[in-house]
Ligand binder design. Structure first.
Ligand code: APR
Ligand code: PHB
Length: 392
């Protein structure tokens, strides 16, 4: 079976779904292909920090209703080290800016509902997606769906299929330059059915390793522990997790509340950028082309920022065949991407225990940096501006 669309979008994560909706609002048709089922995509627990620019875009797109009602607006975070907390007041340091805590899977649910409402195609459980003809002006996506072999002829393909997707690898050898750092640790993340123990996020530096207190709602706490990158989840029974969390977060007059653990997983920490973010008629966006370690909370925001630029470029092209914006897509995005890479790396090296730190040199440097950040307004402002997403 052969069909046609203007933009073939691979992947129904935040990047693919936001792109599909932005294109819809400009009257451009697209087909979104997703290899998982709807339930899986909607339940997958991921990041949860939205910059104001991301909230504004979702709101302008008409998908911000529930986000406005249920999102938790935060105006600061705590940095905890040597068992003491220090607040970084974002609003005071950035002229009123903050962040919104709203789970990525909630964003995805809202976007899927909006997509279905438009009546435009979003196919789940597609198999074996093959991007072809990228160097021609009629690129094609071949795939299988419901047992049928299908062919989708497109004007453009958007590779929004995440780090393990197929689009990046469809680019011929030698075109992309890859920059990568794998960190010698991962994050064990849990979701617990208990009210958060703090009103704001806590980034905690400890000799036993980094820990993060976050949340999803007034009834759900999200917690992370630095662990080995390939740590089998079986080696972390619930009791061990709580014991370790209590030890790392320990601080006078503060107690971590426990509750039933309803989700558990290990994520490796990595920095990755492939550039340029385009080849022929294929445009790569989001995790398909860059990964930032989660310490800076930038992954989702970067994915959304990419497709905003891409939607503008595509819309210009479809209205008058002007490819100026599309040609500068990669360059426009990469400035932001590398800035976020820098900030995420900076937060990561500041807060994690380095496994090769034999004589404790790195730990001493981290403490010196942390003391500087919490005692110098200039240093705290740099963190705050980067965290809330204020750029130049
Ligand atoms: N064919 C179709 N779909 C695919 C394929 C494939 N071969 N491979 C992957 N996918 C789907 C995945 O199942 C997923 O739903 O592409 C989607 C990619 O979504 P994300 O991984 O969420 O990536 P992105 O939309 O770029 O969002 C980035 O996700 O990993 C987090 O923290 C990261 O917040 C950031 C955000
Ligand atoms: C989360 O709530 O999942 C979260 C918050 C802050 C981070 C990373 C993840 O830096």
């Amino acid at each position: 079976m052969s069909e046609r669309t203007q933009v073939g979008i691979v992947g129904a994560g935040p990047a693919g779904l936001v792109l599909g909706h932005l294109l819809h609002l400009r009257g451009i048709d697209s087909v979104i292909l997703e290899d998982r089922d709807r339930d899986y995509v909607e339940k997958r627990v991921r990041a949860g920090v939205l910059e104001q620019g991301t909230v504004d875009l979702l709101t302008e797109m008409g998908v911000g209703g529930r986000l406005q009602r249920e999102g938790l607006v935060h105006h600061g975070v705590e940095l905890r080290f040597d068992r003491r907390g220090h607040r970084i007041p974002f609003d005071e340091l950035t002229g009123g800016c903050g962040i919104t805590i709203y789970g990525q899977q909630e964003v995805v649910k809202d976007l899927i509902a909006a997509r279905l409402e438009t009546g435009r195609p979003l196919l789940f459980e597609v198999d074996d997606v093959r991007p072809e003809g990228l160097d021609t002006d009629r690129p094609t996506l071949r795939f299988r769906h419901g047992g049928d072999e299908r062919e989708l002829r497109c004007d453009f393909i958007a590779g929004c299929d995440g780090f393990h997707g197929v689009c990046r690898d469809a680019v011929p050898d030698g075109v992309l330059t890859r920059h990568e750092r794998a960190y010698p640790f991962g994050w064990l993340g849990i979701l617990a059915e208990v009210a958060p123990s703090s009103e704001e996020l806590i980034y905690c530096h400890h000799d036993r390793g980094f820990a993060l207190h976050s949340m999803r709602s007034p009834e759900l706490t999200r917690l992370y522990l630095q662990c080995e990158p390939d740590e089998p989840i079986e080696s972390w029974p619930d009791e061990r997790i709580w014991e370790e969390l209590h030890a790392r977060f320990e601080s006078e007059g503060w107690a971590l509340k426990e509750g039933p653990i309803v989700e558990k997983g290990v994520t490796p920490m990595r920095s990755f950028v492939a550039e340029p973010m385009q080849h022929g008629r294929l445009f790569l966006a989001g995790d398909a082309v860059h990964i930032v370690p989660a310490t800076g909370a930038k992954g989702l925001n970067l994915a959304v920022a990419d497709v905003r630029v891409l939607a503008d470029g595509l819309s210009r092209w479809f209205s008058n065949q002007d490819d100026t914006l599309l040609r500068s897509y990669s360059e426009q995005c990469l400035g932001r991407v590398w800035h976020a890479q820098y900030f995420a790396w900076w937060m990561t090296q500041l807060l994690h225990r380095m496994p090769d730190d034999g004589d404790g040199f790195q730990t001493k440097l981290q403490r010196a940096q942390l003391s500087h950040v919490v005692s110098s307004r200039a240093a705290a402002t740099a963190l705050a501006e980067n965290y809330v997403g204020l750029r130049r």
